[in-house]
Every structure is written in structure tokens, then in C-alpha cells.
Design a protein. Structure first.
Length: 232
């Protein structure tokens, strides 16, 4: 992936909006495919090779939730940005629980969307030049292939979960503030409630700790979180 342009799949049933997104993203130098229903979107996801997926929530055939959940079940870590007219916190939580990495409510600013994609491309390019792995006990995070493992067990994480975990594992034993995690992992941290970090930490604990009887991510009250140096 280059900072100048990325391969993007837009799955949006509003044809006018989809075409507007395609034209705008192409003008920014990106390569764009478009699908107008869930089944076609999932087909393209599985047969294409994309750097990001812009996924509408309410789609004919398969919903955005279902597509994202199937991507993660297939082991596809491609970053997913949900586009939706819904704006309730439960809708956002459901989208994140299905494996989405970010959430943008309609109507949204194309300038903000483009900025998020550029920021994601910069992070991906930086990660590609850093092959180093992070380790805490038997918990291993290899950022370049975007893989996480506890002992001999592979653990499937979303791109955002990987970012939050890396932020904590880079400073084992030290308390990391929620705002610092936001600044490092999110594209527009100033516009996001720091409490969203709690959602991702909770999800990480369910994946990297609970199945193994561990407790690696510790809460530091009034500050944020700390990664146990021994991996729990």
C-alpha cells in the first residue's frame, strides 16, 4: 500500500452516493470498485485484494454487519469503515463487535473520509517497514504480517484491535492513557470519545486473555491501561 493511493471497495446501495464516493476517491488517486448489494460486496471482498472496505450498514441481501463478520471469520483483516445512517451507540457497538475498525455516520464529510484513508495508508506504510515483533510472556504480536499469537494459538484481531494492543505492548509495565491510545491508533482522535478505547480493550480481553485464563491488560484507574510484562 502506498500513501498516494490505495485499493478500496465501496459497498453502498445508494447509487448516487456510491458514484460520488467512487469519483471522489478516484480523484484522490485511489483505485475503487463498487458493489450495490451485500452478496456482490462479499463476492468482491473474497475475490479481490483491497486495502480498505467502505461498507454500508443497511444493504440488500446481506447487511454490512454480516459481510464484516464473514470477513473476520474468513481470517480477512482488511480494515473496514462502516458507513451508515444510524447513529445510536448500540448500532456503533454492534458494528465494532462484528469486526469493523471504524464508523462514519451519514451525512459525513468527504474531506474527513479522505483524511482517514490517508492516515490509514501512512500507518500501514510505516508498519510495513517495521518487521519487529512485540512480546509479553507467551503473547506475541507481529505487526508486519498483522498476526497475534498466544503460545501456539493464533488469535484473530481487527486492525483497530491490533493497533490498541501494539500501543500497550510497546510500553510493557507502563500505564498508557486512553487519550494517548486514541492519538496513536485513531485517524481523528480529537473527534472521538476516549471511552471508545474501553470497547476495544474489552474485546481484546475476550480474545487474548479469557480463553487462556490470563489477565494481561490491567486497568490503571484514572489513567488508562497497562500491559503486564509477563503477558499475564
Amino acid at each position: 500500500m502506498t500513501v498516494g493511493g490505495v485499493r478500496i471497495l465501496v459497498v453502498e446501495d445508494e447509487e448516487g452516493l456510491a458514484d460520488s464516493l467512487r469519483r471522489g476517491l478516484c480523484a484522490d488517486g485511489h483505485w475503487v470498485d463498487v458493489a450495490h448489494d451485500g452478496h456482490r460486496g462479499l463476492e468482491l471482498v473474497r475475490t479481490g485484494s483491497y486495502d480498505a472496505v467502505l461498507l454500508d450498514l443497511m444493504l440488500p441481501g446481506l447487511s454490512g454487519y454480516e459481510i464484516c463478520a464473514r470477513m473476520r471469520a474468513d481470517g480477512d483483516p482488511t480494515p473496514v469503515l462502516m458507513l451508515t445512517a444510524k447513529d445510536g451507540e448500540y448500532d456503533e457497538a454492534e458494528g465494532l463487535d462484528s469486526g469493523a475498525d471504524d464508523y462514519l455516520t451519514k451525512p459525513f464529510s468527504f474531506v474527513v473520509l479522505a483524511a482517514r484513508l490517508r492516515a490509514r495508508a501512512r500507518r500501514a506504510a510505516a508498519t510495513a517497514t517495521d518487521p519487529g515483533a512485540l512480546q509479553a510472556g507467551d503473547l506475541l504480536l507481529d505487526r508486519r504480517p498483522r498476526r497475534c499469537r498466544r503460545g501456539t494459538h493464533d488469535i484473530e484481531l481487527t486492525a483497530r484491535e491490533l493497533g490498541v494492543l501494539a500501543c500497550l505492548m510497546e510500553q510493557p509495565g507502563r500505564a498508557v492513557a486512553k487519550q494517548d491510545i486514541l492519538d496513536q491508533v485513531w485517524d481523528t482522535p480529537h473527534a472521538i470519545d476516549p471511552n471508545i478505547v474501553e470497547v476495544y480493550v474489552s474485546s481484546l480481553r475476550k480474545k487474548i486473555d479469557a480463553p487462556f485464563g490470563r489477565r494481561s491488560i490491567l486497568t490503571v484507574h484514572g489513567i488508562g491501561y497497562r500491559m503486564a510484562q509477563d503477558g499475564g
